[in-house]
Design a protein around this ligand. Structure first.
Ligand code: XBP
Ligand code: MG
Length: 264
């Protein structure tokens, strides 16, 4: 198969920015305000992140640690209400203290814009959280930079199911072969690969402990002139569009299953 690189599809949490500490604090503040007696430390949250989606994560915790809560007859409504409050706290915390994007993200966005390569977002987080992260980074009209933005608010089955990526591809009107996905977690890699995409993975502390499925390339981050990748890391010192085209060409020349094998 011979396809040109037409779009870059980015996950949000952990990939665009290291957001999970902000999510964890928002969950804990919500639990405290509700008098629940729940508290997630970093290690607990690292384990819980294997469950995609905040509401689903709270349900999994209740089932494991809080039998009374898990058996509550209005559990769905309770979790939905807690999640609304958590989202409000998370969004407020990002507006108070905007998070920097991870190295290379803003640079690659600018390179893609200049080259006419489309940008898209595929995330399981809540839609409002994408706005809370990207408004401070790119201003009020951040949405205009993306040809497609699909979040957990719009899809039923979260990662690792492929739905969010399939919906992005549908909106882009592109085949998976014309795109690269950027992810940080096992659920994210599985979701993108199940949609037929080659994946570049940049883990964070929260996903490093997981056993990550093999991806096309795995890197500590994408590198920037002021924060280069160490020598010897694929793409070092910075992953630019030329390098992405090289990796993409390798991926499309390989059978779909082979795309899960590191190219370099
Ligand atoms: C996955 C997540 C989210 C957030 C919580 O998002 O990590 O589940 O932790 O978000 P991504 P919600 O696909 O961007 O990595 O509480 O809004 O579900
Ligand atoms: Mg992620």
């Amino acid at each position: 198969m011979n396809a040109e690189l037409r779009a870059l599809i980015f996950d949000v949490d952990g990939t665009l920015a290291d957001t999970e500490e902000f999510h964890r604090r928002a969950f804990n503040a919500t639990f405290t305000a509700a008098g629940l007696g729940w508290w997630w430390n970093r290690e607990t949250y690292r384990q819980l992140l294997r469950v995609a989606g905040g509401r689903q994560r709270m349900r999994a915790y209740a089932e494991r640690e809080d039998a009374d809560m898990a058996q509550h007859e209005d559990l769905d409504e309770l979790l939905a209400e807690l999640h609304v409050r958590k989202t409000i706290r998370y969004d407020a915390s990002l507006r108070e203290q905007p998070l920097p994007l991870r190295p290379g993200i803003a640079r690659l966005f600018a390179e893609a814009d200049a080259a006419g390569i489309l940008l898209a977002i595929a995330t399981t987080t809540t839609a409002a959280n994408v706005d809370a992260l990207l408004y401070p980074a790119f201003g009020r009209f951040w949405r205009d930079r993306f040809a497609a933005v699909v979040s957990g608010t719009e899809i039923k089955r979260l990662k690792p199911e492929p739905d969010v990526y399939l919906e992005v591809l549908r909106q882009l009107r592109l085949d998976a072969d014309a795109c690269l996905a950027f992810e940080d977690s096992a659920n994210g890699i599985r979701s993108a690969q199940a949609a037929g995409l080659a994946v570049i993975v940049t883990p964070t502390w929260y996903s490093l402990a997981e056993s990550l499925p093999p991806a096309l390339v795995s890197l500590p981050h994408l590198g920037d002139p002021g924060n280069p990748l160490p020598p010897g890391v694929p793409g070092a010192p910075i992953v630019d569009l030329a390098r992405l085209r090289e990796w993409h060409a390798h991926a499309v020349a390989t059978e779909p299953l082979g795309r899960a094998t590191a190219c370099c």
